[in-house]
Design a protein around this ligand. Structure first.
Ligand SMILES: Cc1cc2nc3c(=O)[nH]c(=O)nc-3n(C[C@H](O)[C@H](O)[C@H](O)COP(=O)(O)OP(=O)(O)OC[C@H]3O[C@@H](n4cnc5c(N)ncnc54)[C@H](O)[C@@H]3O)c2cc1C
Ligand code: FES
Length: 277
């Protein structure tokens, strides 16, 4: 049972939830996530640890209210308790002093990017961040990322904040003006990660990405989060969620995710554990 300490709205459908979780706050590293069950009969859903304080004993989650569990969580109040919270899970980001690091985040992917950028900065790297979203209201954590980064650029599809266009347009301009990068981290919707990492890899920058396949048990047992990396099956919950973008088979991931969308559209009701036939 984890108590809600704070809950606030960051943009349309995106909320910041601070929870009492001293053990997780002490052990968590950049790149790791928790699995949450909001109510006793709810599903287990993975959410990145976007921020934490070991001293004060809390962790922060940034949720995009897209379905049943995230909407119930959004509607909870300070003082309410989540049914359960497991973590920290997943492998931590490999953070070293490499020199100039480029962090590119899209949509709610800015939440997982935040602790990664913070860890690269703390390791002594020069951090350049590019955030992208459809419109100004959907850019989250702008102040946090501004404080963490040496340089911050914003791209919106409609030009309502920063520059009109995609993060890849800003990346191309930064390269044209002579900037170089030793490593890139790209986090966002899978299709954005696919096309953005094609550009960074094409420019010769080793690129990591944080994958978000459907997860069920988070232990490597159920196979739900299988992704193909360098031609081999990998489980994002225990082998990831971060992988070398050059080795990820993006079309396999995109096909698997769209397959789940079709199942969700059928409005299926689970009958496991009921008497219904
Ligand atoms: C390692 C990891 C970290 C994540 N971190 C965050 C985070 O910090 N904040 C956040 O808001 N979300 C995060 N997600 C995604 C989040 O787990 C899902 O959005 C969540 O499971 C939705 O639950 P729900 O019951 O509200 O929606 P559901 O009713 O289960 O789904 C609603 C819609 O979202 C789609 N969906 C569900 N899960 C995913 C997924 N994993 N990827 C893409 N689409 C999905 C469904 O197909 C459906 O269209 C993360 C996922 C992973 C694997
Ligand atoms: S969530 Fe079950 S194997 Fe990863």
């Amino acid at each position: 049972m984890a108590e809600i300490l704070q809950i606030s709205n960051l943009s349309e459908h995106i909320y910041r939830v601070r929870l009492v979780a001293p053990r997780i706050a002490k052990r968590r590293k950049a790149g790791q996530f928790v699995i949450v069950r909001v109510t006793p009969d709810g599903e287990r859903i993975p959410l990145t640890i976007a921020n934490a304080s070991a001293e004060e004993g809390w962790i922060e989650l940034i949720i995009q209210a897209v379905g049943e569990s995230t909407r119930v969580l959004r509607d909870m109040q300070v003082g309410d308790h989540l049914e359960d919270l497991a973590g920290p899970l997943g492998r931590a980001t490999k953070v070293e002093k490499v020199g100039r690091v480029l962090c590119i985040g899209g949509g709610v992917g800015i939440a997982p990017l935040r602790p990664i950028a913070e860890a690269f900065k703390a390791a002594g790297n020069h951090v350049t961040t590019i955030l992208g979203a459809r419109t100004s209201d959907l850019i989250i954590l702008r102040d946090d990322m501004d404080q963490i980064s040496d340089e911050l650029y914003i791209a919106t599809d409609d030009g309502s904040a920063g520059e009109k266009g995609f993060p890849t347009d800003i990346f191309a301009r930064l390269l044209d003006t002579g900037n170089t990068y030793d490593e890139a981290v790209v986090v966002g919707p899978p299709v954005m990660m696919k096309f953005t990492s094609l550009k960074t890899l094409d420019a010769g920058v080793p690129t990591m990405c944080s994958l978000n396949p459907i997860m069920i048990d988070g232990t490597g047992m159920c196979g739900g989060c299988r992704v193909t990396v360098a031609g081999e099956p990998r489980f994002a919950c225990v082998d990831g969620p971060e992988f070398d973008a050059a080795s990820v088979e993006w079309d396999d991931l995109l096909n698997r995710l769209s397959g789940y969308d079709k199942i969700a559209e059928r409005n299926h009701t689970c009958r496991i554990g009921t008497d219904e036939k």
